[in-house]
Design a protein around this ligand. Structure first.
Ligand code: IPT
Length: 984
C-alpha cells in the first residue's frame, strides 16, 4: 500500500473548502508553543505520541506557526538544541530543480518528519467545532484524542476537519512530512521550508450557521449602478440568509439580486461597503467592493476603463520567520507598495495568508491570485510525466484550485485567477479553466506557460526584450512554434499581461522606465509585474560576529543549490527599499509631469493624470527653481483638479531670468492617506534650461613627441606630476595618484547572466578587464601643459586601449583631455564568438584615506546608472563616502552617480571635479577588485585609500540574470572616445 504522503490524492477526511470570513461564531487560536520531535523517515515517531498518557515533556518545544528548519530544536543526531540554518537539514533553496529525485509521486524513505503534539482545553458551550490549518508544508496527518481526522497536502492552502472536541483537555497530534507527492506540485523558486507555518484555529460551528457564501458585486460604469447578490450555503446546501448593508439601504435575502447607485471599488478608490449576512445561528461580516473586470475587444477593463497594472510579484518572506508572516509585516508590504506607486500584486506563486488580501481590499491593490502550483523541475525530464498532463494528478490539481478560489472568492481586490506558474502544458488546465468558467465567470483567467494560451484569457510572457514587447504592443509578434493557426489567431485577440519582467536581482533592474513607456503606449498591454518584491535572505551571523544575509549558496554540503537567485527583490530581506524601488516609484508615478523651460527662462508644466479612475483632488502641487543647486524661488502651484486621463498646462511663476535653472514640480498628498502621511510625494517632474557651454582656453601644443621623460616633478598650474610616469601626484594641497584608465567594474548579478547566457562578466574576466596594466610611452610638457601617451592592456592578450591625456592649467586647476582608442584584435581571439563590450570607460584616482565627505551636483541622492536614473532628481546633494555605498548582501558594483556636473570631495584637503559637461562617479574605500572578490559585506575593509572613479561612461545594469542582454544603447561602445574633465 502506498503511504498517503506519496499518493497523488490531495488528502482525505477534510471538509469542503469554503470562504474565509469574520463572523460572530467564536474562535479559539491554537497558535503557541507545541511539543515537537523530528524523525528521519516518514514513519515519524510511530504511534505512541497519539496516546493521551504519552509523556512529551522530553520533546522539543516548537512555536506554531513556524518552520521547524528556522527554529532551534534537537538535531536528528542528538545533542543540544540548535537551528538547522546553513545545513542540509535546514532551509534549502532551489530555483527550478527538485530537491528530491524526480520519481513522482514518490519521495523516498528519507523524509524528515515532524511530530507535533498539543494538549489544550476544549471550548465550552459550542454546538460543534471545526479545526482549521491555514497552511502546513508539505503534508500533514491529524489526530484528535487518538482518532485520525484525515490528512492533506497543498502547503499554502487551508484545510479543515470536523473536530469532535470534549470538555477539558484534548490531545491534538499532527505529523508533518517535509517531502510528499505535493512537493512535485510546489517547485516554486523559493526556500523549502517545512512546518505548520500558518495559524491553527478552532472555529465554532453554530447550528443554523453559514457554511459558505459568495458575494457577487458588479458595477456598471455607464450608469453607476451596482448589482449585489450574496449566495449562502449551510451544511446541506443553499440557505436563506439576511443580507444587510445599511449604508446602501439594502435589506435583502441571500440569492436575491438588488441594484442601487454605488461608488465603485478600485485600487485607487478602495470603496468598501460593510454589511452583515445573517442567519439565526450566525452573523458573517460582508466587505463589499463593487467592480467589474472584463476583457473587451482585446483590452482589459476595470469599471469600463483600461486597466494597466503597475505591478510587482510578491512572495511571502521574513528574514527570521520565512513564510510565517505577522499582520504588521503584511501591512508593511502593502504600505511600502502603495508609497512606491505600485497598484497591483501577483501573489507569486501561491495564495498568500488570507489577511494580506483583506489588506489589499482595504488599502487598494489589484491582485492576480495564483494557485499553489508549479511543476518547473519536470523540465529536467523533458516534461515527461508532468502532472498537468497526467490524469492521476487531476484531483490534486483541482483540489488546489478549489481551495484557492473558495477561500478568496469574496475579495474585491482579487481580479484575476492565475492557475499556476511554470507548469508546462497539460489537459488538466482545460478542466481547471472549465471549473472557473462555471464557478466564477466574473474573473478572467491567466496561465502563462502554454504557448497556445487556449486556457488563458491573456497572452502573457516573462522577460521579453524591449523590442519584443513593443512588437507585442503593436500586435506584430512572431507566431510561436507548435500552435495552430486558430490558436494563434485567438491569442492575437487577447490582452497581453507581462507576468514577470525586470529582474531585480542584486544591483538591478535597469530599463524600468523603458518598459513602462512601452506598456502604456499600447492598449493591448495591461501592465506588468516586476520580478520581484523582496529578497529571500535569512538573518545570520558569521564566526566573527558579523551579521550577514544568508542566501542559497550559504547552505553547506547540499546540491542542487539555486544560489544567489534567492535574492532578487526591490526591497532587501529586512524590507529596506533598494535603489530599484526608487526608480520603480517614478516609473509607476500616477501623474506625468513634464516641464519646459524656454530660452527666456519662462517655464510651463504639463500635468497628466495617468491614474485608472481617481481624480487629483487629493494632491497639492508645488514648484522650485534652482540654479546650480541653489534655490532661487519656490511656491505652491495651482493646478485644476484633473479627472483620470485629463491633462492641464500651467505656467510657473519663475523669478526671471534664470541661468542654467532646474525647475521641479512636485505632486504630494494634500492630507493623510491610509498608506502615507500628508506631504508624501507621488510624482514629480523636472525641466532644465540650457546654460552656456563652459568656455575653454585653448593653448596650442606641440605635436606628440617620442620618448621624452622628465625627471622629478612637473608643475602645471596647481597640479604636480611625476615627470617619469606623467601621473598626477599633487593637486592643490592634496597628495593623490593616478589617473589610470579603468575599464573594469565588479560584476553585478545581472552581469553574470543566467548560466552561460548573457554572461558578460565571464567575458570580462577572459579579456582581463580586471588586470589591465598601464604603460606610459611618452611624457612631454611645456609651459602650463603636460601630455602623457600610453597603452593599457592585460597580460596574455593582444588587445589594448591606446590613450593620450593632455593637461592644461585652467582657472584654479587643470583641465584634462582624454583621447582613448581601442586597438588590437578584440575579436580575433578565442572568445571572438562573444560580443565584447567594456563595463566602463573612465579614470581611476587614488585619494588620501582621510577624505570622507562629498557634495555633488547631478542625479541623486541615491545611486544611478544610465538605465536607472529617471527616479532620481537633478540637484545638489551631500553625503559621506561611506553612505554612498549601497549594502547589497552580495557585494557588487554599486553607488554610481550619472550625469554629474561637479563633485567636491573633502576631508584630508579638498578637491573638485567638474564635468565637461558631465561624468559618472563612484567613491569607495576599496577597489573594484576587492568588491568583486568579497562574498559578504564584512569582507570589504578600508584599504586606507579612497578610490575615485570618474567615468566618461559606465554601462547600465539591465536584467540579464534572467531577462534579455543589456540593450545596446546602455553599453559602453568599444570605439575611439574623447572626453574632458576639470580638476581643482
Ligand atoms: C521565473 C519564475 O517564474 C520565477 O519564479 C523566478 O524563478 C524567475 O524566473 C527568476 O528569478 S521562470 C524563468 C525560467 C524565467
Amino acid at each position: 500500500m502506498t503511504d498517503y504522503w506519496e499518493s497523488t490524492e490531495p488528502g482525505d477526511g477534510r471538509r469542503e473548502p469554503r470562504a474565509q470570513r469574520r463572523s460572530d461564531a467564536r474562535t479559539q487560536s491554537l497558535n503557541g508553543i507545541w511539543r515537537f520531535r523530528l524523525s528521519p523517515t516518514g514513519a515519524g515517531t510511530g504511534d505512541a505520541f497519539l496516546g493521551e498518557e504519552f509523556d512529551d515533556t522530553g520533546w522539543d518545544e516548537m512555536p506554531v506557526p513556524s518552520h521547524w528548519v528556522l527554529e532551534p530544536f534537537t538535531p536528528l543526531a542528538g545533542g543540544a538544541a540548535r537551528s538547522m540554518r546553513g545545513t542540509p537539514e535546514g532551509p534549502l533553496y532551489t530555483n527550478t530543480s527538485y530537491p528530491i529525485p524526480l520519481d513522482p509521486p514518490n519521495v523516498g524513505p528519507d523524509n524528515p518528519t515532524g511530530d507535533y503534539r498539543l494538549v489544550f482545553d476544549g471550548p465550552e458551550g459550542w454546538d460543534a467545532a471545526v479545526l482549521r490549518f491555514q497552511g502546513v508544508d508539505s503534508c500533514a496527518k491529524v489526530w484528535l484524542n487518538g482518532t485520525e481526522l484525515g490528512w492533506s497536502m497543498g502547503s499554502r492552502l487551508p484545510f479543515e476537519f470536523d473536530a469532535p472536541l470534549r470538555p477539558g483537555p484534548n490531545v491534538l497530534c499532527v505529523r508533518v512530512h517535509r517531502w510528499s507527492a505535493g512537493t512535485y506540485l510546489e517547485d516554486q523558486d523559493m526556500w523549502w521550508l517545512p512546518g505548520i507555518f500558518r495559524d491553527v484555529e478552532l472555529l465554532e460551528r453554530p447550528a443554523d450557521g453559514i457554511e459558505d457564501f459568495f458575494v457577487h458585486a458588479d458595477f456598471d460604469a455607464a450608469t453607476g449602478i451596482g448589482t449585489l447578490r450574496v449566495d449562502a450555503w449551510g451544511t446541506d446546501g443553499a440557505i436563506c440568509a439576511r443580507v444587510e448593508v445599511p449604508e446602501l439601504g439594502v435589506h435583502a435575502e441571500s440569492g436575491e439580486t438588488v441594484t442601487m447607485l454605488v461608488e465603485a471599488w478600485s485600487a485607487e478608490s478602495p470603496r468598501l461597503y460593510t454589511g452583515v449576512l445573517r442567519t439565526p445561528g450566525e452573523a458573517v461580516e460582508l466587505r463589499i467592493g463593487f467592480r467589474r473586470v472584463e476583457v473587451r475587444d482585446g483590452v482589459l477593463l476595470a469599471n469600463g476603463a483600461p486597466l494597466v497594472f503597475r505591478g510587482v510579484n510578491r512572495h511571502e518572506h521574513h528574514p527570521d520567520t520565512g513564510r510565517t508572516l505577522d499582520r504588521d509585516t503584511m501591512r508593511q508590504d502593502v504600505m511600502l507598495m502603495k508609497q512606491a506607486n505600485i497598484d497591483a500584486v501577483r501573489t507569486s506563486h501561491y495564495p498568500p495568508h488570507p489577511e494580506f488580501l483583506r489588506l489589499c481590499d482595504e488599502y487598494g491593490l489589484w491582485v492576480v491570485e495564483e494557485c499553489d502550483l508549479e511543476t518547473h523541475g519536470f523540465i529536467f525530464a523533458g516534461w515527461e510525466g508532468n502532472p498537468p498532463a497526467e490524469p492521476a494528478w487531476r484531483p490534486a490539481l483541482l483540489d488546489r484550485l478549489h481551495r484557492t478560489v473558495e477561500r478568496d472568492k469574496n475579495h474585491p481586490s482579487v481580479v484575476i485567477w492565475s492557475m499556476a506558474n511554470e507548469s508546462g502544458i497539460g489537459e488538466t488546465f482545460g478542466t481547471m479553466r472549465g471549473y472557473l468558467a462555471e464557478r466564477d465567470p466574473a474573473r478572467p483567467v491567466l496561465y502563462e506557460r502554454d504557448p497556445s494560451y487556449r486556457d488563458s484569457d491573456f497572452f502573457s510572457l516573462m522577460y521579453p526584450s524591449l523590442d519584443e514587447l513593443d512588437a507585442i504592443g503593436r500586435r506584430e509578434e512572431p507566431r510561436p512554434d507548435g500552435v495552430t493557426g486558430a490558436e494563434d489567431e485567438r491569442r492575437r485577440g487577447l490582452p497581453f499581461l507581462l507576468v514577470e519582467y525586470a529582474h531585480a536581482m542584486g544591483n538591478g533592474p535597469g530599463s524600468l522606465q523603458d518598459y513602462w513607456r512601452i506598456m502604456t503606449a499600447h492598449d493591448r498591454i495591461c501592465g506588468g509585474f516586476v520580478w520581484e518584491w523582496i529578497d529571500h535572505g535569512f538573518s545570520a551571523v558569521d564566526e566573527d560576529g558579523h551579521a550577514y544575509v544568508m542566501h542559497g549558496d550559504d547552505v553547506i554540503g547540499y546540491e542542487p543549490r539555486g544560489g544567489r537567485f534567492s535574492l532578487h527583490g526591490l526591497v532587501f530581506s529586512d524590507r529596506t527599499p533598494t535603489p530599484g524601488l526608487v526608480e520603480l516609484a517614478r516609473a509607476y508615478a500616477p501623474l506625468e509631469i513634464t516641464i519646459e523651460v524656454d530660452a527666456r527662462g519662462r517655464a510651463t508644466a504639463t500635468v497628466r493624470n495617468t491614474r485608472h479612475d481617481a481624480d487629483t483632488s487629493d494632491v497639492v502641487f508645488s514648484w522650485t527653481a534652482e540654479s546650480d543647486g541653489v534655490t532661487m524661488g519656490s511656491g505652491s502651484l495651482a493646478v485644476p483638479i484633473l479627472d483620470a486621463g485629463a491633462a492641464a498646462v500651467v505656467e510657473l511663476p519663475l523669478p526671471a531670468p534664470l541661468h542654467e535653472a532646474v525647475v521641479t514640480v512636485e505632486a504630494a498628498l494634500a492630507a493623510d492617506a491610509a498608506w502615507a502621511p500628508a506631504g508624501h510625494v507621488i510624482a514629480w517632474g523636472q525641466g532644465l534650461s540650457e546654460g552656456e557651454p563652459p568656455s575653454r582656453s585653448e593653448t596650442a601644443l606641440p605635436p606628440v613627441s617620442g620618448g621624452v621623460r622628465a625627471a622629478g616633478l612637473v608643475s602645471v598650474g596647481s597640479a604636480r606630476f611625476d615627470g617619469a610616469t606623467g601621473r598626477l601626484v599633487q593637486l592643490g594641497g592634496i597628495e593623490l595618484d593616478g589617473p589610470w584608465l579603468d575599464l573594469h567594474r565588479a560584476p553585478t548579478e545581472n552581469d553574470h547572466g543566467q548560466g552561460s547566457l548573457n554572461d558578460i562578466a565571464s567575458v570580462w574576466a577572459a579579456t582581463g578587464m580586471d588586470r589591465m596594466l598601464q604603460r606610459v610611452d611618452d611624457v612631454s610638457h611645456g609651459d602650463g601643459w603636460l601630455r602623457t601617451r600610453g597603452r593599457t592592456a592585460p597580460s596574455t592578450h593582444p588587445h589594448a586601449v591606446e590613450w593620450t591625456m593632455t593637461w592644461r592649467a585652467e582657472g584654479q586647476g587643470v583641465l584634462l583631455d582624454v583621447d582613448a582608442d581601442f586597438v588590437g584584435p578584440w575579436r580575433d581571439t578565442p572568445y571572438q564568438h562573444r560580443d565584447i563590450w567594456v563595463p566602463r570607460l573612465g579614470l581611476l584616482f587614488a585619494l588620501p584615506g582621510g577624505m570622507d565627505q562629498v557634495r555633488w551636483y547631478g542625479r541623486g541622492p541615491g545611486e544611478t546608472y544610465v538605465d536607472s536614473c529617471e527616479g532620481s532628481r537633478t540637484g545638489r546633494f551631500a553625503s559621506s563616502i561611506d553612505a554612498l555605498q549601497t549594502p547589497y548582501p552580495v557585494p557588487q558594483e554599486n553607488g554610481n552617480h550619472v550625469q554629474t556636473r561637479w563633485l567636491e570631495i573633502e576631508g584630508a584637503g579638498a578637491m573638485r571635479v567638474t564635468g565637461r559637461p558631465e561624468f559618472d562617479f563612484t567613491l569607495r574605500r576599496w577597489t573594484s577588485v576587492d568588491l568583486e572578490r568579497a562574498s559578504r559585506p564584512a569582507q570589504l575593509v578600508d584599504s586606507g585609500t579612497v578610490w575615485l572613479n570618474v567615468d566618461h561612461r559606465q554601462q547600465g545594469i539591465g536584467s540579464a540574470s534572467v531577462g534579455p542582454a543589456l540593450p545596446e544603447r546602455y553599453r559602453v561602445p568599444r570605439e575611439r572616445t574623447r572626453w574632458s574633465v576639470h580638476l581643482a
